[in-house]
Design a protein around this ligand. Sequence first.
Ligand SMILES: Cc1cc2nc3c(=O)[nH]c(=O)nc-3n(C[C@H](O)[C@H](O)[C@H](O)COP(=O)(O)OP(=O)(O)OC[C@H]3O[C@@H](n4cnc5c(N)ncnc54)[C@H](O)[C@@H]3O)c2cc1C
Length: 313
Amino acid sequence: MSNVIVVAEVHDGHVTKPTLELLTLARRLGDPIAVVFGPAADLTGVLGEYGAATVVEVDDPLLGQYLLTPQTEALAQIISAREPAAVLMSATMDNREIAGRLAVRFDAGLITEAVDVTAEGTVQSVFAGNWTVRAEVTKGLPIITVKPNTCAPEAAPVDATVEPAGVSLDAATSGARITASEEKRASGRPELTEAAIVVSGGRGTGGDFSAVEALADELGAAVGASRAAVDAGWYPHSYQVGQTGKVVSPQLYIANGISGAIQHRAGMQTSKAIVAVNKDEEAPIFELVDLGIVGDLHTVLPAVTEGVRKAKS
Ligand SMILES: Cc1cc2nc3c(=O)[nH]c(=O)nc-3n(C[C@H](O)[C@H](O)[C@H](O)COP(=O)(O)OP(=O)(O)OC[C@H]3O[C@@H](n4cnc5c(N)ncnc54)[C@H](O)[C@@H]3O)c2cc1C
C-alpha cells in the first residue's frame, strides 16, 4: 500500500486531536507516515495507536529560528525521498502557507480546508457553507489541508518507530528570521479552531462576556466573538469568528447576541449543530439554527449553565 504523509501538530508535548483525525483519514488512502517537527520519541505511543508505524523526526535548531521555510524545505526533502501518495495537514494558517509553497515546488494538486477525504476525492464546504465541492486531484501529488473536527479519531494500533528525517536545512536559504517571540497568555480553554464546542458572544452581550465564558467553561468549550464585539474592544481580535476572523467547524456552535451577518456565518456555518440565543425573533441567525432560543442572553445563559452543571453532577 502507498504511504501517506501526515504532518503532526504537537502542542505542549501532546499530539493534537486534529492530527489523530488526519491519521484516521490517511488510513483510507494508504499507510500513514507521521512527520514531527521536534523531538518525536515520546509521541510514538499515540501516533502508533492511530496507525502511524513510521514517525519521521525533523529535529533541527533552524525550525524555531525562521518562519516556516525550514518546515517547507524539510517536507519537500521528505516528499522527494519517500514519494507519498498524498500529504495531509490540518488547516492552520501556517500549514496553508506551507502547503501552497509545496504545491508550487512539486507542481502538485492543492486542496485546502477539506471537510472530508476519501480514496475517491475530497469534499470542501465553500461560500459560507452554501456549496459543497467534491474534488479529485488528477495531476501530481495531492496536498490536502483538512479542517479540524472532520471525523472522529479511530484507533488502529501499530508499533511505531522513529526515523530521523535525514534532511539538510540551510540558514542561508531560509526566509524571515524570528527575532523575538512571546507566549500567548493561556486561557485554559481549548484552541478556538480545534474546539468541539464553541460558545460565542456578539454585540448583544453589551460587553459583558461573563455569562458566555461561564457556559463555555461548564461545557469545556472555546469562546468566540463577533467582529462587532472585538471591534468594540470587548474581546481580543484573535477570538473573532468569521470571514475576516477564524473559521470554526465544531460539533456545536452556540451564538449569543449575534445577529447572523453573512460575514459571521462565513466562519461558523459548517458547524455540525448550531444554537442561537437572541432577543429578536427576526434575527437572521435563526435562519440557520438547529435550536433557536428567543430571550435575553443574560437570563438564558446562566439558566443553561446551571442546567448543564446539574446534569453533570
Ligand atoms: C468586509 C467585512 C468583513 C467582516 N468580517 C466579519 C467577521 O469576520 N466576523 C463577524 O462577526 N463580522 C464580520 N463583519 C461584520 C458583520 O457584517 C456584522 O457587522 C457583525 O457580525 C455584527 O456583529 P453582531 O452580530 O455581534 O452585532 P449586531 O449585528 O449588532 O447584532 C447584535 C444582536 O444581538 C441581539 N441582542 C441584543 N441584546 C441582546 C441580549 N441581551 N440578549 C440576546 N440577544 C441580544 C440583537 O437582537 C442582535 O441580533 C464583517 C463586515 C465586513 C464589511
